[in-house]
Ligand binder design. Sequence first.
Ligand SMILES: [Mn+2]
Length: 428
Amino acid sequence: MRYLPIQSKLFSDNRNRFANLLPNKSVAIFHSNEQYPRNGDQFFPFRQQSDLFYLTGIEQEKTILVIAPGAPNAKLQEVLFIIRSNETMAQWEGHKYTAEEARAISGVHQIRFVEDYDLVLRELLAWAINIYLNFNEYPKFFSEVKDRNERIGLALKESFPLHTYHRAAPLITQLRMIKSEEEIKLIQEACEITNKAFRRVLNTIKPGMNEMEVQAEIEHEFTINRANGHGYQPIIASGKNACILHYIENDQECKDGDLVLLDVGAEYANYSADMSRTIPVNGHFSDRQRACYQAVLRVQREVIKLYVPGNSINQINRRTEELMEQEMIGLGLFTLSELEAQDLKSPLFKNYFMHGTAHFLGLDVHDVGPKESILSPGMVLTCEPGIYIAEENLGIRLENDILITEGEPINLMANIPIEPDEIEGLMR
Ligand SMILES: [Mn+2]
């Protein structure tokens, strides 16, 4: 792995907390991600299924974790199945975990090879009543391709139709929403690597450079700092491209006088940062650009104050929208009387700010957790207000990652420059 070793305690604590949520006579089964075929003899790069990583730290394909607290055969209460390597596999694909290595990483004592899985499972299912399967329940996400949890899980339901089936997703979501100290350190490291990449951009960008060259500077810094790469498809959007919210082509020239919006985050040990910054290509904000920038920054500063226990994402979104409306009037985008006369079904602010302000962050950039959740200490969320004025070829988004604590919110991106004067100074 590129990242430095993680104590297995993180993963064994996570398994124990999960096991404590299971009723008697339950077996929970977690599969790794699929190796997704690309073309010919190629697979897409492997990325571990986030829940399996959360519970084991194991990065390898075809891995299976079975948790069965209280199983009569004590050896089977927690079993990790890994692939058995051989000389050919080692020669062509490289090293696969030995049982000792898998044990050291995960803290699971019982390591078996996947060919033993059916035998072990049949023994456990002769005792168990409940089976917990881990399907992807992310709202508003649709895939024609079934992942391994779903594919093998549906086959299991056919083979053992008389057991009672349950959803692991709500339980694992409940746990993943609250980050442990160790997880916060990993997210902080992802933020720190993203900071280095941003500063590298401030030092190198100049008019005439292509967005893809800016991306290359970021990837250089990510890679030499032990990141796996990007936590999500990076957005390097200059000029009017910044108004396309999910612009990922990153193939246009950064022109003198334009702003460039960067929405990038390093992934370190599978934990993602999520940063947005907007900078002038030539190192100097015009008066209009600065006015719009300051408006977004003022809103962000104000809204971060709401990242405290007891509030919700919906409340944060609503407050951001109110503040945005006032800033937009100040910027001349519409007038107070136009605002008062607006059709509430299509509010005016939505012409210039069309996305939410906060989402959970962790092993996934849009991490698990419902919008209705009440904020609690240990949650990490983004704060990302923006203004997009297509007719002025200008889009600004400023995004920090915020840790909820018992007291004041902690900005995990406090080291990443955001003040326009500081940015101009560093670009000089
Ligand atoms: Mn984000």
